[in-house]
Design a protein around this ligand. Structure first.
Ligand code: TXD
Length: 313
């Protein structure tokens, strides 16, 4: 069986993190692509030289040429600009759209069979743009945000309760922005519903921290945004696809009438396997959650319409 190939477009903070963790996991060979000369080559060589202690045989390369993504099974896109303190994700719309459009055209030309995971912000608009630019089947073009937002909520619940973070399951839906929706009834602690540990008032504080979690890190780092956790969350999605895991996770997927939304990318729980998004799961929400989700969708729609207008013009 041939080795799998994973292309990381954007060799910055998240790209570099993913290269290291992917190499450790031996999910396939890795090519890092960036516009900056030397950086993808340097990061690839640096990790290559650590393969003995890492105990891996993965082969890594770095390049400034999209020709090197030919044959990729998965392409993960982080190319773009991150936030600095005081910026919202939407402030990146214009600059990152131009980059994602150009990256999408290259993926379409060079890796037409790839499963594409978009990470660049503003996430829901960028994955929407990627699908529109490539014209790939929507189930093969997804956005990474829900895995991260859910992981952040699980982290805060685990910290509050003093339990193992990997025993906490959580689901955060909607757009990857301040209006994301944390669902109380879908948090479990070792399989036990959260209601047996925490009331809704306490949960509201943790969901607020979750919605602000990206900004909390931006304010601490000052020069960029979170990268370790986004990197490992994107890998979780690549793994679900490459290993046909049928993972139940939340990602930005194109809705085709589910949740009453059509032709729009938004964060929802899905089953992810070798077919990409194999099924979108429609979960029950109470009235206030439904209203919050509708508000989030409306915000995502504004950016998608901006993308549509740009693509026409
Ligand atoms: O949950 C999520 N989806 C996110 C998204 C969580 C955290 C950060 N998120 C976003 O990911 C963030 O707002 C940014 O838009 C991206 C990438 O974040 P990262 O921290 O990795 O940014 P860096 O370190 O600046 O890396 C971006 C790289 C940098 O090396 C640029 O030179 C490169 O992208 N770049 C390009 N590479 C290839 N092709 C083109 N055109 C290009 N333009 C810039």
């Amino acid at each position: 069986m041939a080795r799998k190939k994973i292309a990381l477009v954007g060799a910055g903070q998240i790209g570099g993190t993913m290269a290291l963790v992917l190499a450790q996991k031996q999910l396939g060979d890795i090519v890092l692509i960036d516009v900056v000369e030397g950086v993808p080559q340097g990061k690839a060589l640096d990790i290559m030289e650590g393969r003995l202690p890492l105990n891996t045989a993965a082969v890594l390369g770095g390049s400034n040429d999209y020709g090197d993504i030919v044959g990729s099974d998965v392409v993960i896109v982080t190319a773009g600009v991150p936030r600095k303190p005081g910026m919202t994700r939407d402030d990146l719309l214009d600059v990152n759209f131009k980059i994602v459009k150009q990256v999408g055209e290259s993926i379409k030309a060079k890796a037409p069979n790839a499963f594409v995971i978009v990470v660049t912000n503003p996430l829901d608009a960028m994955v929407y743009a990627m699908q529109r630019v490539t014209g790939f089947a929507p189930e093969k073009v997804v956005g990474m945000a829900g895995v991260l937002d859910s992981s952040r909520l699980a982290c805060f619940v685990a910290m509050e309760l003093g339990v193992a973070a990997d025993d906490v399951q959580a689901t955060v839906l909607g757009g990857h922005g301040p209006s994301m929706v944390s669902l109380y009834n879908y948090v479990s602690v070792g399989g036990i519903p959260l209601s047996q540990f925490m009331n809704k008032e306490k949960f509201a504080q943790l969901s607020k921290r979750t919605a602000d979690a990206g900004t909390e890190i931006v304010n601490l780092l000052k020069t960029g945004s979170a990268f370790y956790s986004p990197g490992v969350c994107a890998i979780r999605m690549a793994e679900a696809y490459l290993l046909d895991k049928k993972s139940v996770l939340t990602c930005a997927a194109e809705l085709k009438g589910q949740y009453g939304v059509k032709d729009l990318y938004c964060g929802v729980p899905v089953i992810m396997g070798a077919g990409g998004v194999e099924k979108i799961l429609e979960v029950e929400m109470d009235e206030s959650e439904k209203a919050a989700f509708a508000k989030s969708v409306a915000e995502v729609k504004v950016n998608a319409e901006w993308v549509d207008a740009k693509m026409k013009g």
